[in-house]
Design a protein around this ligand. Sequence first.
Ligand code: NAD
Ligand code: DAU
Length: 352
Amino acid sequence: MSLLKKILITGGAGFIGSHVVRLFVNKYPDCEIVNLDKLTYAGNLENLRDIENKQNYRFIKGDIVDTPAMLKLFSEEKFDGVVHLAAESHVDRSLENPNEFVMTNIIGTVNLLQAALKTWGADSSKRFYHISTDEVYGSAEGSDLFTEQTAIDPQSPYSSSKAGSDHFVKAFYNSFNLPILISRCSNNYGPNHFPEKLIPLMINNLLESKPLPVYGKGENVRDWLYVADHARAIDIIFHKGKTGEVYNVGGNNEWRNIDLVNLLCRVMDKKLQRPEGASAKLITYVKDRPGHDLRYAVDSSKLQNDLGWAPSVTLEIGLEKTVDWYLNNKEWLSRVTSGQYRAYYTQMYEKR
Ligand code: NAD
Ligand code: DAU
């Protein structure tokens, strides 16, 4: 397909979004990349310092829930494509405040779909790409893997809001021929990951010698993917994927939480020159997450066979790279863990 010249990326100041913005800005110097982000607690323009002065990059502060603002933005800017990542993304927060997840993840997505439809009609040269999650499938049974045909069965308010948005994206394809794409990815990790999620939270606590809160018995399984591999998949799906299709993205890297935390402890002992076993002593089993999905495991053979993508990094290598990044970016970590975050985390932790 011909190159899409002007691309809107929503949520580009967040964890995955910032990696996607950087990849697109550097790889497509002839394309204009517009990053729209509300800059919630999870959005941080510091993530994009290295590319913020590039000629083909522009940041707009905006809220996807604001219907008139989105209609105006689309009619003025005339985007050729949208990569939609903006979302409330943390399961624990969705248990505390589901309304915010409905607003951003469902209403916000529908606003973008409406704005795209109003400006594009059914123009098949355009692309609306929605970044979804494997969590919409619920928990994987036995040794089954999620395929694109697996029934949607979300369990948490977060995954329900993502499933709702997926349905709306599909509905705009079925009802109006809006050229859409959806991908459903497993757990990402890597640089710039906000330290409320398992891996960066554990790294931060290890640096502060605080307890490492493992939910339940630590037997839940996640399929881990290094964030740069997800960004590459997003680029390939956006440019080469078939509209109307769903693509699963997974790392082929299933780990029980407790095994992953133990591996991380070993890496941290080595990097911080602590005695072997010192970090693991901080592991503390805490009350389980309500409705905690037991296992996520993704079959991404459609993406691998049809579009030629493959993950490039094993968890062992990716984890070392991630730890190195956090050790070299302690100011980033201390800035994002101060103020409001610290108050929220303390309150959540005390509840357990
Ligand atoms: P994140 O929480 O790090 O970033 C979300 C970004 O969206 C932030 O920059 C935030 O400011 C912005 N945002 C939130 N509400 C907004 C609004 N109303 N208007 C505009 N911007 C808003 O999330 P992430 O982990 O980078 O996830 C990005 C996307 O990928 C999400 O859609 C998420 O569901 C999906 N996803 C994440 C993972 C993962 O492991 N992190 C895996 C699969 C899919
Ligand atoms: O699968 C994709 C999803 O992965 C994304 O859609 C979400 O946006 C992303 O947040 C992530 O969801 P999880 O709930 O799997 O990620 P989280 O890092 O919160 O938790 C990973 C596992 O670790 C999960 O089984 C819960 C457990 N956990 C988490 C935290 C924060 C703990 O045991 N202790 C913790 O303190």
